[in-house]
Design a protein around this ligand. Sequence first.
Ligand code: ATP
Ligand code: MG
Length: 434
Amino acid sequence: MDIQTSLEKRIAQHIAALTLQHLTRSNLVRDDIASDDPLLWVWQQPDRVVLIVNPLRVKNLDALTRPRFTHHLGTVLQGRRIVVTNHRGLFLQVGYYPEPVRELQARPLDLSAQPSALAVPIGMTARGSLWLTLTELDAVLIGGARRMGKTNLLHTWITALLQGAHARLILFDGKGGVEFARYANRARVRVVTDKLSPALGELFAEMHTRFDALKAARVASLAEYNRGRGEGARLERIALIVDELAYALDEPGVENVLVDLTARGGAVGIHPILATQRPSSDVITPRLKGNLVTRIALPVPDRASSMVVLDRAGAESIAKTPGRLLISHGARIVEAQAFFASGEGRAANDASGQPSAVSGRLSEREACVARAAIERGRFVIREIAEATGERLEYVNDLAKKWQLLGYLTEVKRNAQGHKLGRDITPALASALRN
Ligand SMILES: Nc1ncnc2c1ncn2[C@@H]1O[C@H](COP(=O)(O)OP(=O)(O)OP(=O)(O)O)[C@@H](O)[C@H]1O
Ligand SMILES: [Mg+2]
């Protein structure tokens, strides 16, 4: 017997002993019959151990199939996965090793994972990475103590929206340009380092122009308005990103306009995203807060601050690590670890004093697929998978993502309805060049 199997044999015996103990403690073992038969038979499989329960020695077989039992036994067995089946005998199948707990570790932002042009990264959660679109977020309040990663989170959002190239950005930099000046030369971006009110005034006027446009077109939403309109005629979503709300509010009148934009802007594609280091009710007034439907709290010093940001306690007790956050979105509250802004969002201006270009538009693996597609002039999943040696699922997922990003068209069909694959758009070549 090799070392591995002997180790697994020991683990199987350990699992059986703990299970036996748990059954006894849960008062499920019949003590009114004297029997030499064991309570459990142990049957080893390559990836798990199967415990076959002797039905004559258990008081209530049904109790073993209830989720409550599995849950308790899972705890006793240190988080191992348990599957109970009750077909021609009752079987408890237990993995040899506990399920790995996914650590919420800081990771660099991978822009190639962006699922759609308007999606921004929230971070890594216990269930994998979480991205939400600007439309889903609607209007956002971000609060957190000093140096806990508010600006970093905003950088990850800005670089994602720049890559998507579907939204206009107005960036207010409370630190006078230290943080956002690097985006100033980018298309669709306006950086405000001094007074916010002129930009806010224009945005307010734009909101009204948009309301009028929707009314004239007899439609109720931006999506309806944009349907069927060409690139130039569409109304782009606008993210108004304010880093340090307290500074912006120093100017008289700003709060009133922000309240109005937050209350009504969503319907016409205007999305305020307001970050503050001072989660107190004199900065985040109830008037302003009411319509900021998505709330994100990075670590805060006390329960009161958590109440201001999230309307509930919790943010005072998450790990005091930069980027750790709680997001309250819809009825859900999720803990995540924000990605670390990489590329443009991290590096300050390069040696030439020019802002550096967005790096990592395509990963090396994606670039390979892109080259194969451009060589062929068409994107047929089977052909591309064959040419690059990639798995079909990977190529298929990539095709869907690139379709969303506008790098590929939808699947074309011939007159008989047979699929011909997707066409490549110039955006793919441009993503490859970057
Ligand atoms: N998600 C993250 N992963 C790893 N490190 C991070 C993360 N977010 C922030 N940091 C680190 O923490 C430091 C502070 O981050 P950041 O400037 O974003 O915080 P802040 O809350 O905006 O601070 P301030 O209150 O001074 O404006 C950064 O220099 C960065 O190195
Ligand atoms: Mg900051």
